[in-house]
Design a protein around this ligand. Structure first.
Ligand code: G3P
Ligand code: CA
Length: 274
């Protein structure tokens, strides 16, 4: 899968005569590096988050990954939605954990974003895996896994059934704010890259990063706590860093300057005007 290629301004002249002529020349000096472009809840600046419309848009916009939030219905179906309640993004009310899959599926998850999206449904995890694996990377967030005992095993099972638990796994990463859940996921799926999410500075110490590196591959902070020193420290510990959530050109430019490995954004076109 292609990665977003960013090129230092010092190479701009060379580029005119190189195979990278289409690439974005960033205003950082002199080196070639790659940054993964992750469409947050799909291209959610342009289509209702966590719906097929947003994920298709991310594919169309040539993102490297879609980011999805996984939760579970009352009757045990894995579904893709960010909030623990359906109220903000659908025409229904209530907690995901208290609604049956049929109830969840009957909701309109598109109209809140615009009439043209009326009828978009809350997707299931298996539908998203089947529709997108091999087409675009999938950054899977276990959202509030403490509400859903055993969700790690269920996610692992879905991946194994599709042979997506192997090293050549077509770009699958699993992340969460819940570190214990990620430790467990790592033991269930030792070959799938794991990410830890945080917006908390206490998680950026050398000691904390060392501990994360025992089971995770990515340290994924909110951009408010990103510094060049942190990026260097994360890399020193053998981890990669993807940061969120970019909703402005300024934030995108900042993270490019910080040399993160991935940018998680609602607006894929803000990161790389290719
Ligand atoms: O992928 C990072 C980001 O999704 C974490 O925050 O609240 O949007 O799930 P949130
Ligand atoms: Ca998320």
């Amino acid at each position: 899968m292609r990665k977003t290629t960013l090129l230092g301004a010092g190479l701009a002249f060379t580029l005119l005569f190189s195979p990278f002529q289409h690439a974005f020349a960033a205003e950082t000096k002199g080196e070639l590096r790659q940054v993964d472009l992750v469409a947050h809840r799909g291209a959610s600046g342009y289509a209702p988050e966590n719906t097929v419309a947003a994920f298709d848009k991310a594919v169309e916009m040539k993102a490297d990954y879609i980011e999805i939030d996984v939760q579970r219905s009352k009757d045990g179906k894995l579904v893709i939605i960010h909030d623990t309640k359906v109220d903000r993004t659908t025409d229904g009310t209530g907690y995901i954990k208290d609604l049956s899959f049929d109830q969840i599926r009957s909701l309109d998850a598109g109209s809140w974003k615009g009439e043209q999206f009326k009828g978009e449904k809350i997707p299931t995890f298996d539908e998203i895996l089947d529709r997108y694996h091999g087409k675009i990377g999938i950054l899977i967030e276990l959202k509030s896994p403490e509400l859903y005992p055993g969700i790690e095993e269920m996610v692992a099972q879905e991946l194994k059934e599709r042979n997506l638990d192997k090293p050549q796994n077509e770009k699958i990463i699993i992340q969460s704010f819940n570190f214990e859940s990620m430790k467990k996921t790592n033991s269930l799926l030792p070959k799938v890259p794991i990410g830890v999410l945080t917006s908390n500075k206490v998680d950026t110490t050398e000691q904390a990063l060392k501990e994360f590196a025992t089971y995770a591959d990515y340290f994924n902070p909110s951009y408010g706590i990103v510094t060049e020193e942190l990026v260097n420290l994360v890399h020193e510990k053998g981890l990669k860093i993807q940061s969120w959530t970019v909703r402005s050109h300024e934030a995108a430019d900042f993270l490019l300057k910080m040399k993160v490995d991935g940018i998680i954004t609602d607006y894929p076109d803000y990161v790389d005007p290719r």
